[in-house]
Design a protein around this ligand. Structure first.
Ligand code: NAD
Length: 238
């Protein structure tokens, strides 16, 4: 691949499916048998902190047993070639990109293996502990409870300014395994389509099992499993 060009890659739950981590779509809009509003919203957290922590503790236990697949590895190899010309942005909260060797990953929806205070500005910290009952949930020095470092529905994704800047300057935009239904991530490709209409040198490709909701905005849609299609696709791009 031309190492002078900037590449933006957005990954979604589909890239981790072959690592054994289920997507939303696999479970009819439920997340591992739970309604998202119960386990992934500020209201759910206020209602039942124990349920929320039990849910993320199960997810932690699960990802610690999973391995990255060839799609994650192909992106780590791409980073070695492109350095900071690659902007890797993931909607995933799992650590599969890092496990595959990627160093610069922007987790716009947070990270499963980090926690933070629900009330104060103490920075998020690495945490693989499991909390199954309300009394196990740790307290911050400020007296508030520790919550998962996850962006819940209704909360603002992280690093949006850097993400938008990177989308505005990339020559190639690739989305892997994202249904195109969760915003603002699903709207990023719109900027590429606009820049193209303005005559700019930029191109977009979607890789995934099925056509996403925003498929019409991509220049190319390549259907297939990420672990099979992505390594080959990246190797072929001039
Ligand atoms: P989604 O579940 O809405 O959609 C997943 C997409 O991946 C689908 O379009 C599906 O066709 C595709 N897919 C399934 N298997 C695939 C494979 N082997 N190869 C390629 N594509 C495949 O996912 P989303 O759009 O990322 O949105 C879900 C939200 O849920 C995200 O915000 C994310 O934070 C959260 N989530 C994260 C994880 C994770 O961290 N692994 C898992 C589930 C949900």
């Amino acid at each position: 691949m031309d190492t002078t060009k900037k590449v933006f890659v957005l990954t979604g739950a589909g890239i981790s499916a072959e690592s054994g981590i289920r997507t939303f779509r696999d479970s009819n809009g439920l997340w591992e048998e739970h309604h998202v509003e119960d386990v992934a919203s500020p209201e759910g957290w206020q209602r039942d902190r124990e349920l929320v922590w039990r849910f993320y503790s199960e997810r932690r236990k699960q990802v610690l047993q999973c391995q990255p697949n060839p799609a994650h590895t192909a992106l780590a190899v791409l980073e070695e070639a492109l350095g900071d010309k690659l902007f890797l942005c993931t909607q995933n909260i799992d650590p599969m990109h890092e496990s595959a060797g990627s160093k610069r990953v922007v987790h716009m929806h947070g990270e499963l293996l980090k926690s933070r205070c629900e009330g104060c500005d103490r920075p998020p910290f690495y945490d693989e502990a499991l909390y199954y009952s309300e009394k196990e949930i740790p307290q911050c020095e400020c007296g508030n409870l520790i919550r998962p470092h996850i962006v819940w529905f209704g909360e603002m994704p992280f690093a949006m300014r850097a993400i938008k800047e990177a989308v505005r300057s990339c020559h190639l935009f690739i989305t892997v395994g994202s249904s195109g239904a969760v915003y603002p991530a699903a709207g990023l490709v719109r900027e590429i389509s606009y820049r193209k209409d303005m005559g700019e040198d930029t191109r977009s490709i979607y890789v995934g099992l099925e056509r996403p909701d925003n498929a019409d905005l991509f220049d190319e849609v390549v259907l297939g499993k990420a672990g099979e299609v992505l390594p080959e696709l990246l190797a072929k791009i001039p």
